[in-house]
Design a protein around this ligand. Structure first.
Ligand SMILES: NC(=O)c1ccc[n+]([C@@H]2O[C@H](COP(=O)([O-])OP(=O)(O)OC[C@H]3O[C@@H](n4cnc5c(N)ncnc54)[C@H](OP(=O)(O)O)[C@@H]3O)[C@@H](O)[C@H]2O)c1
Length: 333
């Protein structure tokens, strides 16, 4: 897990946000909301959260611990993961928290992660594909893909397809949640003829494509797996103040948050969609997240699924398979 990536260290801004906006432990308001809306115990259940060291993923891990679950934090950076685990243990001293290495920007890391889960016979009840990146122009994954598409979509696609047989072999149902974004509802749709927007690779468009593909894939997967062994759903966090936006638009986001702080969701509020899914009978393929302010703000609720998420599954499957076979690890390039 020592893949110390080149990017700016996000942990500093993470702690500024959480200290300024809320305490590290769950707020009384959240606890009340959980008691009123998600009266469920996850005792004895194991919840895996990818990207659990930061932002919404960290708060998802915390909410799951609060509800009694054991948590596996699947992270790419050991130092950040250990710091996050130590923070969680301050509030939940007896908690069962396991760290596992997972870099979604490397197919080798994804394959090794799946193998370790299988070897350790991790009894996964809930798997939250929360990890994601934004705004990394020109950067590539270990297999030669655009970093944003490669991480947010191709990485999750590979992980999911590799992991499914194991999850299906477990003697109980697993809830599998992919984190998408409201941008996937409104951004220009994918054009497979120029998937990577070679002419004008705008950061937001590339990010949006990664999430459109993920949403479309998740809808198709929910239909494909109608047998109940693995339940597939989507969540979205609205617009939350986390390192994701701060790393991309640091100064602007900070200025906006000073003036309009209240319109951003806190990472804590954004994280509650997983608790919502675990305590409500929502159909497979559902999208759960905030609904206020065009989906940017509020507590989680079922969202209407945009028609575009349910279209083009075959085209996307062909694209994804093509990209899998085009993967070229650095040593082969
Ligand atoms: N914040 C928003 O307004 C917003 C809106 C829509 C959707 N989302 C989605 O919500 C999810 C959580 O984002 P966030 O806002 O909480 O951002 P964040 O604080 O930046 O957290 C992202 C997490 O993903 C991890 N990650 C990034 N690349 C990875 C990789 N290659 N392998 C494994 N983990 C990786 C990060 O690890 P490091 O700490 O090591 O970088 C971090 O733990 C993302 O999927 C994001 O696209 C967020």
């Amino acid at each position: 897990m020592d893949n110390m990536n080149k990017e700016k260290d996000a942990s500093a801004s993470f702690f500024i946000i959480t200290e300024a906006k809320e305490r590290l432990s769950l707020s009384e308001k959240t606890k009340k909301w959980l008691a009123a809306n998600c009266a469920v115990s996850l005792k004895g259940k194991t919840v895996v959260v990818t990207g659990a060291n930061s932002g919404v993923g960290f708060k998802t891990a915390e909410t799951m611990l609060y509800l009694g679950a054991d948590v596996v934090m699947a992270c790419r950076n050991r130092r950040k993961a250990e710091e996050a685990k130590a923070k969680l243990l301050e509030d939940y001293p007896g908690a069962n928290i396991t760290l596992m290495e997972l870099d979604l920007a490397s197919f080798a890391s994804i394959d090794a992660f799946v193998k370790r889960l299988e070897e350790q016979k991790t009894d996964v009840s809930v798997f939250v594909n929360n990890a994601g990146v934004f705004h990394r122009p020109g950067e590539k994954t270990a297999d030669g893909f655009d970093l944003v598409i490669g991480t947010n979509y191709l990485g999750v696609y590979r992980l999911t397809e590799k992991l499914l047989p194991y999850l299906q072999s477990l003697p109980h149902e697993t809830v599998y949640i992919n984190t998408v974004s409201i941008i996937a509802k409104v951004a220009r749709d994918v054009d497979y003829g120029d998937f990577y927007l070679s002419e004008k690779p705008k950061n937001m468009s590339v990010y949006a494509r990664s999430k459109i593909c993920l949403a479309r894939y998740t809808c198709a997967l929910a239909e494909r797996l109608g047998d109940g062994s693995v339940r597939v759903l989507m969540n979205h966090p609205g617009i939350a103040l986390t390192p994701l936006g701060l790393n991309a638009y640091g100064k602007t986001v900070k200025r906006l948050s000073r003036v309009f702080g209240g319109i951003f969701n806190s990472p804590e509020k954004s994280s509650l969609s997983v608790a919502y899914i675990m305590s409500h009978s929502v159909p497979d393929g559902s999208l759960i997240g905030p609904k206020k302010l065009f989906g940017g703000w509020g507590y989680p609720k079922p969202n209407r699924i945009p028609r575009r998420f349910k279209k083009g599954a075959d085209e996307l499957a062909a694209f994804s398979e093509g990209e899998m076979s085009a993967a070229r690890p650095a040593e082969a390039r």
